[in-house]
Design a protein around this ligand. Structure first.
Ligand SMILES: *[C@@H]1O[C@H](CO)[C@@H](O)[C@H](O)[C@H]1NC(C)=O
Ligand SMILES: *[C@@H]1O[C@H](CO)[C@@H](O)[C@H](O)[C@H]1NC(C)=O
Ligand SMILES: *[C@@H]1O[C@H](CO)[C@@H](O)[C@H](O)[C@H]1NC(C)=O
Ligand SMILES: *[C@@H]1O[C@H](CO)[C@@H](O)[C@H](O)[C@H]1NC(C)=O
Ligand SMILES: *[C@@H]1O[C@H](CO)[C@@H](O)[C@H](O)[C@H]1NC(C)=O
Ligand SMILES: *[C@@H]1O[C@H](CO)[C@@H](O)[C@H](O)[C@H]1NC(C)=O
Ligand SMILES: *[C@@H]1O[C@H](CO)[C@@H](O)[C@H](O)[C@H]1NC(C)=O
Ligand SMILES: *[C@@H]1O[C@H](CO)[C@@H](O)[C@H](O)[C@H]1NC(C)=O
Ligand SMILES: *[C@@H]1O[C@H](CO)[C@@H](O)[C@H](O)[C@H]1NC(C)=O
Ligand SMILES: *[C@@H]1O[C@H](CO)[C@@H](O)[C@H](O)[C@H]1NC(C)=O
Length: 661
């Protein structure tokens, strides 16, 4: 209390003592000392002298460098990453990067390139990733790549390239990604692709090119990691070109605004003449849904039919025994049984997210999927008064179930008995009606992650989390506790193995000192976006080394006896609190500066009080609450006057008393 009292005197006597230091440095932002800098959007027309020669990673995007040459970056010879997005570069002169042997990523996206010297890229022999998106180029001959032996990815999207024929000296030895999306490529010949024959495992992207023809066999006997022909109008064209090729992942999806032809079984016959593991047909329509439609799908391991306007899958599909992953998001099923799950006996992953109609779960529709490990039924308007044992009957290997963003679900005790091996259960934003005094999660001994955020739970039910012996991660965000208080006996006592606990936005104003006593293993606690004051910090006194988020609460002053509790944690977020920057909080303010390395988001950790320091960063506040010589002098004078006054008063009182005897 002493400092606050003396500061009060000081304030009265000197009305000074508080000083603000803010930096108004308009130069680059240092992300890692001597190595990583961000100079984005600073209107710079040269590399600032303040950048050290040792800079390795530089984001220089959105500045102004109409021409670059050998002197522009000559000082920064250790650059490994250079981003020059939208710097209005038109000219790249001889030997611009001559001494940049370490440069591994160069981003030239969004520059209207007119000229690139033959020797412009001679220096960076380590260059792996080159971005030339939206640079206005129309031919691959424009890029002086001959020296780039290590090139792995080349991004050429949104240009005017019409032929993919690589120049003779194009180094393909390490090439992994060639991205031609949104160019003007309409025809692919065998000769075009011959230059890529030696490259195995290439990812080639033709998304958004209106491809009208491929020479038959152009892709034959080449192995691709992925091929993307997104947005093609007539898929027959693609299939005839891909005969006898081998593709890991084939992306043929289209877009709502493409006037794509409906898929017929004749069209999809092309799949029988090539080898594909993973196929995406997003947003197409099927002309009819007979079982022959899928006759060439039998070797697929993954199939994505997102938004293909399906109301069901045909029964009697045969031979789909290899399929492991099926994505049926954003379709129009009425009932889960309409997917005819029995046709895909090996399925391990099934996604039916964002169904366009109310999805009825039916009874045992997935019964035959004995190997199913992951099921996503989120955003599908599902409701059920008694979930989920009948609906999810016999899914013995299910590990992950997502029922988030659905309509109200009623849960009885042991509601997930049908899937005893669950490790992750996501029920976020689904209103839960727990009908039992026992836990609906009782039998889930292997459950590790439970998301119950925004479930409108009855948090006073102390049995709610019973039986979750291995629970590590619990999210209770957005649920309410009675009177905004977590009492001493609460539902968390049953989950002693918890490591991560999220209680943000729970309208909390207090936490009992012993509320978390049974939680000894926690390493991450999120209490942000509540109305907590510093009193609640006491509940964490037995925890050490945790990542603690106390952002956006009502913390003003943190008294000194609570500081050791904060000191023993590893990372703390105190941003967006109405922190007090007067001398009554001097212990905390001093602690704060000594522990900056533990604090997150110091940019947003600001003073709310006094008015003169409002919105000043805590780290910039210089308070002097001790007694300065001048202050001490006035203080002594003041005290002396006080004593003299006191003596007079006593004297006066005594005299008055004697006079009245
Ligand atoms: C950065 O460079 C300066 C000057 O060369 C040096 O004093 C400082 O220790 C360096 N900092 C780090 C973190 O390497
Ligand atoms: C560049 O990196 C090398 C190796 O790490 C180092 O020896 C050299 O001092 C660095 N150059 C500059 C200008 O920092
Ligand atoms: C840049 O190029 C010019 C002309 O070719 C040359 O005279 C100069 O020495 C070069 N500068 C650097 C830093 O290499
Ligand atoms: C940075 O490099 C330039 C040119 O190579 C040199 O003139 C300068 O002295 C260097 N600066 C430091 C601080 O080493
Ligand atoms: C092919 O590339 C993918 C990703 O680019 C990689 O995961 C895979 O291991 C590669 N396969 C071979 C055989 O190199
Ligand atoms: C594909 O392979 C088959 C059998 O090897 C062959 O008959 C056919 O001509 C090939 N197709 C093309 C376009 O090369
Ligand atoms: C689609 O392409 C195939 C093969 O090139 C062609 O036979 C067919 O006529 C085309 N369909 C339409 C409607 O243009
Ligand atoms: C469950 O689905 C929601 C919405 O589709 C998604 O945001 C969430 O990440 C999913 N949960 C998990 C654990 O993947
Ligand atoms: C629920 O929490 C899990 C684990 O943090 C997370 O992966 C998932 O995305 C969350 N779900 C939603 C809908 O945010
Ligand atoms: C600190 O918490 C605030 C509010 O929740 C959040 O916006 C911010 O990202 C957090 N900071 C870090 C570094 O996680």
């Amino acid at each position: 209390m002493a400092p606050s009292i003396s500061c009060l005197f000081l304030a009265v006597l000197l009305s000074a003592g508080c000083e603000v230091i803010t930096s108004s440095d308009q130069t680059c932002f240092e992300k890692e000392a001597n190595k990583t800098y961000n100079c984005e959007n600073l209107d710079l027309s040269e590399i600032p002298g303040t950048l050290p020669n040792s800079t390795e990673s530089l984001d220089f995007s959105f500045n102004f460098l109409p021409a670059i040459q050998n002197t522009t970056f000559s000082r920064l010879i250790n650059l490994t990453f250079l981003d020059l997005t939208r710097c209005q570069i038109s000219w790249i002169h001889e030997n611009t990067f001559q001494s940049h042997h370490q440069l591994s990523t160069l981003v030239l996206t969004g520059n209207p390139l007119i000229f690139m010297a033959e020797t412009a890229l001679d220096g960076p022999i380590s260059l792996k990733h080159l971005f030339l998106i939206q640079t206005g180029m129309s031919s691959l001959e424009f890029i002086p790549v001959h020296n780039l032996k290590n090139l792995e990815t080349l991004h050429l999207g949104s240009n005017h390239i019409s032929s993919i024929k690589l120049p003779k000296d194009f180094p393909t030895g390490n090439l992994k990604v060639l991205d031609f999306q949104n160019n003007a490529i309409h025809y692919l010949s065998r000769e075009d692709l011959n230059s890529l024959k030696q490259v195995t495992n290439l990812s080639l992207n033709f998304n958004g090119n209106d491809i009208k023809g491929i020479e038959p066999g152009a892709f034959k006997s080449t192995v691709f990691q992925s091929l993307n022909f997104g947005g093609t109008v007539n898929l027959s064209v693609i299939f005839s070109g891909l005969q006898n090729s081998t593709v890991q992942s084939l992306w043929l999806g289209t877009f709502e605004d493409t006037d794509a032809q409906d898929l017929s079984s004749a069209m999809l016959k092309g799949l029988c003449e090539m080898s594909v593991e993973s196929l995406n047909l997003q947003t197409y329509r099927f002309s009819d849904l007979s079982s022959t439609m899928f006759q060439c799908f039998t070797h697929l391991q993954q199939l994505d039919l997102t938004a293909t306007h399906l109301t069901g899958l045909p029964s009697g599909m045969e031979g789909m025994n290899s399929l492991k992953k099926l994505v049926l998001n954003v379709n129009n099923f009425d009932q889960l049984c309409q997917i005819n799950a029995a046709s895909f006996p090996s399925l391990t992953h099934l996604y039916i997210r964002g169904n366009m109609k109310k999805l009825h779960l039916g009874t045992g529709c997935l019964e035959k999927l004995e190997n199913l490990q992951k099921l996503d039924l989120s955003h599908s308007d599902i409701d059920a008064s008694d979930c989920c044992n009948l609906q999810l009957k016999t899914l013995p290997h299910l590990q992950s179930l997502n029922l988030s963003y659905n309509e109200p679900l009623g849960l009885q005790s042991e509601a997930f008995k049908a899937c005893p091996r669950l490790e992750l259960l996501d029920l976020a934003y689904t209103h839960l009606r727990v009908n039992a005094a026992q836990s609906p999660f009782q039998n889930l001994h292997l459950l590790q992650v439970l998301n119950l955020s925004h479930c409108l739970l009855d948090t006073s039910n102390q049995h709610l989390l019973e039986g979750l012996l291995d629970l590590r991660h619990l999210n209770l965000q957005g649920n309410h506790f009675q009177d905004g208080n977590i009492p001493k006996t609460n539902l968390l006592q049953k989950v002693g193995s918890l490591e991560i606990l999220v209680l943000s936005s729970c309208d909390l104003s207090s936490i009992d000192q012993q509320a978390f006593n049974s939680l000894g293993k926690m390493h991450h606690v999120d209490l942000s976006h509540n109305s907590l004051t510093s009193n609640s910090i006491e509940a964490l006194s037995h925890l050490k080394g945790i990542h603690l988020n106390l952002a956006a609460n009502g913390i003003r002053v943190i008294p000194s006896h609570l500081l050791p509790i904060l000191s023993q944690q590893s990372t703390i977020n105190l941003s967006h609190n109405p922190l007090d920057c007067t001398c009554s909080n001097i212990h905390f303010l001093t602690w704060y500066k000594e522990n900056m390395h533990k604090l997150e988001d110091s940019e947003e950790t600001l003073c709310a009080n006094p008015e003169s320091l409002r919105r000043v960063k805590l780290s910039d506040v210089m308070l002097s609450c001790g007694i300065t010589p001048v202050g001490a002098f006035f203080l002594v004078v003041f005290l002396l006057l006080l004593v003299i006054l006191l003596i007079f008063v006593v004297k006066f009182l005594l005299r008055w008393k004697y006079q009245h005897i």
